[in-house]
Design a protein around this ligand. Structure first.
Ligand code: GLU
Length: 506
């Protein structure tokens, strides 16, 4: 597409994709598609210490399972590649030189342990150590050392590069803008001189991110709230390079099920709930994903879409296409939203109801437990009944079997449990006679006949229904009983009821 709308998802491959990351990807995808633009995946792998070789695969497979497909990515390429930052080193070194030449960045030669000492000392006295405009002239850097001294460090590669966030020649306040939070004023004097280039020859996140967003022509940056504190630095970098910043939107946190604090991977174990779209394996432990638990990917997408976004009406169940049509940045909420697993299950049930029964029907036709009990023509009706009663699609066939099962033992024990009376047995015997005279079962008609019989004999509907259910299935609860009679068919119910009465009278 060429309408200049380009959004990206830019994960760091430091670990698996959790639902927070999935939501960021989804929102970027939905906004780009809603506006008729492109969705790009860029892998931000500049931090070699935290690199995890299995992470990218997990991220890409999770997105694919959820139906979130990129127009450009490290896998399919595109006109603005490469799409892995480790393959884009050349872009960053060029831009770093540009910042140094302008005087907006400088080399710093301080040893990590020296700075750590200072950090500790500050903490002891209750302060936070910060390397910035106030004290940068007290350190070992290209602003304080002679050209020759600096050069000898630089030649050895023994340096980092820091961004000069503020100096007294400029105003100390900037205003940054966020589509969700509005305008935010920032006092630059309070910020540090962030490292933008590391000793290992790689840029840090901040520089690489801004350079790539610019060169990849990103129009909107939509990312987690944890990046909001970095926004002033990103604005300054855009200004240093003389580039127009994109639009920014920082998404609210996903909170723990308790509503207190940010959801973490440990909460998965703690609450026994999935936090990854697909399973993630570590040497000692496996974290089951939504997919492997049995969720429909459409249900997960729907569930996630509403953690942080409000469609503006009562509608809750959305397909991906419906989300694309309706999604807008304007309706992203500011405050954190909690992860409610029961709600995820509810969405799954809603999405199961929408799936076509064709494939399940084929499987059901191969199950003798089912075909032995009911006419093939009734299988779809049975599946519809079962669909309403399960959390996961994979439970449907078993539920079908359970619904139509008939168990002598259960009949004995449950008829005692519900205190089946002689009076009701008599009514049911009469009901069997009426059934024998009927050609085809009409559930409503049957219900009317049975209810009339109960009324005429002063038996409560609840008691009468429970008794009929136990005699027909052995169970004390289940789906709508008269719909079930239609599925089982007249012959089967007459046989079952007679058999049950014999069992009880035995
Ligand atoms: N690599 C960053 C992350 O993993 C991207 C943040 C951004 O989208 O700017 O969260």
């Amino acid at each position: 597409m060429s309408n200049n709308i380009r959004l990206r998802f830019a994960p760091s491959p430091t670990g698996p994709l959790h639902i927070g990351g999935l939501r960021t990807a989804l929102y970027n995808y939905l906004i780009s598609k809603n506006l008729g633009g492109d969705f790009i995946i860029r892998i931000e792998d500049t931090d070699s210490n935290r690199f995890n070789k299995n992470a990218e695969k997990h991220i890409m497979e999770s997105l694919e399972w959820c139906g979130i497909f990129a127009d450009e990515s490290p896998i399919i390429g595109g006109p603005f590649g490469p799409y892995r930052q480790s393959e884009r080193k050349g872009f960053y070194t060029k831009m770093i030189d540009n910042l140094i030449d302008k005087g907006d960045a400088y080399y710093a030669f301080d040893k990590t342990n020296e700075l750590d000492e200072l950090r500790k000392a500050s903490e002891k006295s209750g302060n936070t150590f910060i390397y910035n405009w106030e004290n940068r002239m007290n350190f070992k850097n290209s602003l304080t050392l002679s050209k020759e001294e600096s050069k000898s460090y630089i030649d050895k590669g023994d340096y980092v590069i820091r961004y000069k966030t503020y100096d007294e020649k400029q105003g100390s306040e900037i205003t940054v803008s966020d589509e969700i939070r509005g305008k935010i004023k920032i006092n630059l004097k309070l910020l540090d001189d962030k490292i933008i280039f590391k000793k290992d020859g790689m840029p840090t996140y901040h520089l690489a991110n801004v350079v790539d967003d610019h060169y990849m022509k990103i129009s909107h940056v939509v990312r987690g709230e944890e990046w909001l504190p970095s926004l002033p630095l990103h604005y300054l970098l855009y200004k240093s390079f003389n580039w127009e910043p994109p639009m920014f939107a920082h998404l609210p946190l996903i909170l723990k099920p308790s509503g207190k604090g940010k959801l973490s991977k440990r909460d998965g174990e703690k609450y026994g709930i999935p936090v990854y779209p697909i399973t993630w394996r570590e040497p000692e432990i496996e974290f089951k994903g939504f997919k492997e638990i049995g969720f429909e990917s459409t249900a997960l997408v729907n569930f996630i879409s509403l953690i942080g976004w409000n469609p503006g009406d009562e509608k809750e169940v959305f397909s991906l296409d419906e989300l694309i049509n309706q999604f807008s940045i304007k309706r992203i909420i500011k405050g954190g939203a909690k992860y409610d697993y029961d709600k995820a299950l509810w969405f799954n049930q809603e999405h199961i109801k929408k799936i076509s029964t064709d494939k399940i029907t084929v499987r059901a036709l191969n199950e003798s437990d089912i075909t032995k009990e009911i006419n093939k023509k009734k299988i779809d009706d049975l599946i519809s009944l079962a669909k309403d009663r399960v959390d996961f699609q994979m439970e449907i066939l078993n539920e079908c079997k359970k619904i139509i099962s008939y168990d002598k033992k259960e009949i004995r024990s449950n008829s005692k449990e519900i205190k089946l009376t002689e009076n009701i047995l008599g009514i049911i015997e009469g009901f069997i006679k009426k059934l024998e005279d009927i050609d085809n079962i009409n559930p409503n008609k049957l219900k009317e006949i049975y209810f009339d019989m109960l009324k005429n004999n002063d038996v409560k509907i609840g008691q009468g229904m429970k008794s009929l259910r136990v005699l027909l299935t052995g169970k004390t609860s289940g789906p709508d009983l008269f719909t079930l009679t239609e599925i089982l068919g007249k012959d089967k119910i007459v046989i079952r009821l007679k058999k049950s009465i014999n069992i009880i009278n035995d």
